[in-house]
Design a protein around this ligand. Structure first.
Ligand SMILES: [Zn+2]
Length: 473
């Protein structure tokens, strides 16, 4: 399969534009360049630069090459691979075929490196970078660093304009992920709770793939992530006052509302139920993706069913690898446990899963008691007895019993890990369970799990991790 590429301008895009650069001492990377380019690990990266200083005899070809080699080496040392540097040494008056916006170099990349130009991007601070993208059917991203500010007025496409290389890379991964979703692909996306495994909620085949990648039973509904409340009525046929109040107060945020499903919502998404779970996630990249995509994204956590939820892009890659079409890397998740799920389909709102929004704060908004129900009979996301389970056994105990219990296990020759209060903080919990597995721990002990606030969500996950294991699939 042909690969997508990003064609990066050099001066003013990845390094400061200080005029004609003759020496590596003049090279100043933007502080965001390396992190931004690391996010583009699924793309083949090229530098395409016009060095008219060579034709004007202000820079020698050898000097330009030394500078380009230095840029490539510096990036390589930071783990960013540049496939090739394409450098036009001519001046505009030379009328060469390789100067931007002539599509000479992208065509070379297409031929020599198997690049799919229609799925590729051009990033730069000159209108010629935009024209270059248009010439080959790629997507342009215009940065306001370098000469970007100066030429801004010449541009026709306002939505292609971003502040700098960091925002350019965010825009690229979001546009790319949105195009994947439209094509029926499965994309892992960051949210503030955990990483989700997303598909176009209106595409049944794509949603079925999510179930199959996860090994998730088909009668377990998925949460539909939406960009804002404006299209809520597309998904829910009625929205009670309590739903509007909660959405107003907690969205974007870690709260999922269960509402009667709209007529167009597929039963594949809802696990055959007449209700649908909806939420607006509070993560800048997830929101940017939803804005680009414009539809709903059905997404459970991006891990094998029943196992520990992923809170970094690396967790997703390790768990699901090649099965996912694209992993949108948004760093580590802030909240670290899943959303709170509240059922609004009956007269009494009830919490079906404790999560990132506390029972107390929900009760405050609604001005009434909101019970947390034991949902063994109800099918909602994340509700099976064993869930969120690491390979190690999880044992919940009390502070008094803990020392003796740990000693006994150690005497039996078992590898024991005691999780501290910090280890089970919501944003650390899943990473702590994974770490114990990585280090070959056999029994994880937790004393006095918390029973209020966000701790309720932690304890819910620990109880499920501690539940008797169903035999492995
Ligand atoms: Zn040229």
């Amino acid at each position: 399969m042909k690969k997508p590429a990003v064609f990066l301008d050099r001066d003013g895009t990845i390094i400061e534009d200080v005029g004609f650069i003759r020496d590596v001492a003049q090279v100043e990377f933007y502080p965001q360049t390396i992190a931004a380019l690391r996010r583009l690990r699924d793309f083949v990266l090229f530098i395409v630069t016009n060095q008219s200083g060579i034709a004007k005899r202000l820079v020698t070809a050898a000097e330009a090459k030394t500078v380009n080699d230095y840029v490539v080496r510096h990036l390589a040392e930071a783990g960013v691979e540049i496939q090739e540097v394409y450098c036009c040494p001519h001046a505009r008056d030379d009328r060469c075929e390789c100067i931007k916006p002539n599509p000479y170099f992208p065509r070379l990349a297409e031929r020599d490196h198997g690049i799919d130009l229609t799925r590729s991007f051009v990033v730069g601070d000159h209108p010629s970078d935009i024209q270059l993208a248009q010439a080959v059917g790629a997507e342009a991203v215009y940065v306001l660093t370098g000469h970007g500010q100066k030429h801004r007025a010449e541009l026709q496409c306002e939505n292609a304009i971003v502040a700098g290389i960091e925002q350019a890379s965010e825009r690229i991964v979001c546009l790319y992920a949105a195009s994947m979703l439209r094509a029926g692909g499965v994309v892992a996306l960051p949210t503030e709770t955990v990483y989700g495994l997303g598909a176009d909620a209106s595409n049944e085949a794509a949603v079925r793939r999510v179930f199959s990648i996860k090994g998730r039973p088909a009668n377990h509904p998925l949460i539909v992530h939406i960009g804002d409340t404006s299209n809520l009525t597309e998904w829910a046929r009625t929205i009670p006052e309590a739903g509007l109040q909660l959405a107003d107060r907690f969205w974007p945020g870690p709260l999922t509302l269960i509402l009667p499903k709209g007529p167009r919502v597929s039963g594949v998404v809802t696990g055959g139920q007449d209700s649908v779970g909806l939420r607006v996630p509070n993560h800048p990249l997830a929101l940017q993706l939803l804005r680009e995509f414009r539809g709903g994204i059905a997404a459970p956590s991006a891990n094998r069913f029943g196992l520990v939820s992923p809170t970094t892009a690396e967790h997703v890659r390790r768990d699901l690898g090649e099965n996912v079409d694209f992993v949108l890397d948004g760093g580590a998740c802030d909240v670290g446990v899943e959303s709170t799920i509240i059922d609004l389909t009956s007269i009494t709102p009830t919490i079906l899963r404790p999560g990132g929004v506390t029972q107390e704060s929900i009760e405050e908004v609604l001005g009434r008691r909101v019970p947390v129900v034991d949902v063994s009979e109800v099918r909602v996301s994340g509700q099976l007895k064993t869930h969120y389970a690491p390979r190690a056994a999880v044992v919940l105990t009390t502070a008094e019993a803990l020392p003796q219990q740990a000693e006994k296990l150690r005497e039996e020759g078992r590898r024991v890990r005691i999780l501290s209060e910090d280890d089970i903080a919501p944003r650390e919990l899943f990473a702590s369970l994974r770490k114990a597995d990585d280090e070959g721990v056999e029994v994880i002990l937790v004393a006095d799990p918390p029973n209020h606030g966000l701790g309720l969500a932690v304890t819910d996950r620990l109880l499920k991790a501690a539940a008797p294991r169903t035999p492995p699939e």
